[in-house]
Design a protein around this ligand. Structure first.
Ligand SMILES: NC(=O)C1=CN([C@@H]2O[C@H](COP(=O)(O)OP(=O)(O)OC[C@H]3O[C@@H](n4cnc5c(N)ncnc54)[C@H](OP(=O)(O)O)[C@@H]3O)[C@@H](O)[C@H]2O)C=CC1
Ligand SMILES: [Fe+3]
Length: 399
């Protein structure tokens, strides 16, 4: 029916022709509740409505928060929402979980989804979800959605940020949340019992976890090769022949160092594959587990490759900027000659201008290459965007 097709699924409140009641097409789907009206709640409500769910939001002050939600969402008191919803998302900070205790009778026998993040990494704790489960022993607590930022929820499942890590002690509650995830276009990942919730809460707190070793390795190799090149090209001529070529340190020595690092890093991309092949030949089967160090190395190959590419790109930029530097040196020589003839104003202005252009050029090219390398993974859709969920740590100003 063309009329139905033309009607938007989500309307903001107050739009002409809108109804405050839920669409007839949604009436057969379960009512999903969300406690809290913050950023996460708003994004989740929109995504749930566009996935065909009826949504009821519980607020301490429903009148104030009503306009923040699309009109298909019913914003009501916390008690009312708790009694209407079959499944409740707790989008409230964990320090305020205890303020929900009065809803215990209304939430008994229902599924509570704890979306909260931890504040500190690797605390021993009970996790937020375990504390919530202790507060509501008659409800089934499921941990999940904390690795998805409000921003990613609003944009919908794109790139590789589709995974939602879930765990619960109730398999029935977990599978109902998994079904909900799939209907919203996300990919649920079963992490087992609620005892895994601490691990899930820690996930967004570790920034770029798989980049640490490759970056440290790049830095170590860079320092090693730079020292070698410095000793060979700068210090040795100075000590043996008294020739001062220290001006080579910032550009030429760096430029000689970069390709060596890039090549070794590239070798480190392919080496673990060979080691794995040897390991399988050695053990005569492909069904043995690789040792832990090899396993971790194999999973970091993409990052090793990108670091290698970054060094190679920087080498190209440095090589391109070398002629610019040589031309500056030539101008400098000219300037010195003119200075001897007494034209000092020209010397000051021209030399500094050229130095400025060269430095700005190198910095701009360096920045561009960094941007290219960091955006490359998203273009290639090869990085798990879970690693980028630090965006969710940036809080938007509340209304
Ligand atoms: N923002 C994000 O990108 C992500 C957030 N999360 C998690 O979601 C949860 C909510 O985050 P977010 O929406 O950003 O937070 P906000 O501060 O934006 O919202 C929190 C909401 O909690 C409600 N609330 C209920 N009781 C209290 C209370 N006693 N004191 C203060 N507020 C209360 C408020 O709604 P009202 O006034 O209507 O009752 C408030 O709007 C957090 O646990 C966070 O870790 C997880 C992943 C991503
Ligand atoms: Fe080269």
């Amino acid at each position: 029916m063309p009329d139905d097709m033309a009607r938007p699924l989500i309307r903001d409140r107050g739009e002409a022709g809108g109804s405050r009641h839920l669409e007839a097409s949604m009436s057969d789907s379960p009512v999903i509740g969300i406690m809290g009206t913050g950023d996460f709640s708003r994004s989740l409500a929109r995504r749930l409505v566009s996935s065909g769910y009826q949504v009821v939001v519980g607020s301490r002050n429903p009148k104030r928060s009503e306009d923040l939600f699309p009109e298909e969402v019913e914003v009501t008191s916390q008690v009312e929402a708790a009694s209407q919803a079959a499944l409740m998302f707790v989008a409230v900070f964990p320090e305020h979980h205890s303020t929900l205790l009065e809803l215990k009778p209304s939430l008994a026998g229902k599924t509570l989804v704890d979306v909260s993040n931890g504040l500190r990494i690797n605390h021993d704790g009970p996790s937020n979800a375990e504390q919530l489960a202790d507060m509501f022993p008659d409800s089934d607590v499921v941990k999940g959605f904390n690795t998805i930022s409000a921003w990613a929820l609003q944009r919908g499942p794109r790139d590789a940020s589709r995974q939602i890590f879930l765990c619960s002690n109730s398999s029935k509650a977990k599978s109902s949340v998994m079904q909900l995830c799939r209907r919203m276009g996300f990919v649920p990942v079963d992490m087992g019992l609620l005892s895994s919730s601490l691990e899930i809460e820690n996930l967004p707190l570790s920034l770029f976890p798989s980049w640490r070793i490759p970056i440290l390795c790049t830095l170590f190799l860079f320092i090693l090769f730079y020292l070698y090149n410095f000793l060979r090209d700068v210090l040795q001529p100075y000590v043996t022949a008294g020739k001062s070529v220290f001006y080579k340190m910032p550009i030429e020595t760096v430029n000689v160092t970069l390709p060596s690092v890039a090549l070794v890093m590239l070798a480190l991309v392919y080496l673990p594959g060979l080691c794995a092949a040897f390991f399988q030949l050695w053990s005569g089967t492909k069904y043995n587990r690789f040792p832990n160090w090899l396993d971790r190395w194999l999973t970091c190959r993409k990052q090793f490759g990108l670091c290698s590419f970054l060094c190679a790109a920087l080498h190209a930029i440095y090589s391109l900027s070398l002629p610019m530097r040589k031309s500056t040196r030539f101008k400098l020589l000219l300037a010195v000659r003119q200075m001897k003839e007494g034209d000092e104003v020209w010397v000051e202005e021209e030399v500094w201008r050229m130095e400025l252009y060269v430095s700005a050029g190198i910095m701009a090219l360096g920045l561009l290459s960094l941007l290219a390398v960091t955006s490359l993974p998203s273009v290639a859709n090869s990085v798990n965007w879970r690693e980028f969920t630090f965006i969710q740590l940036i809080r938007w100003p509340s209304d």
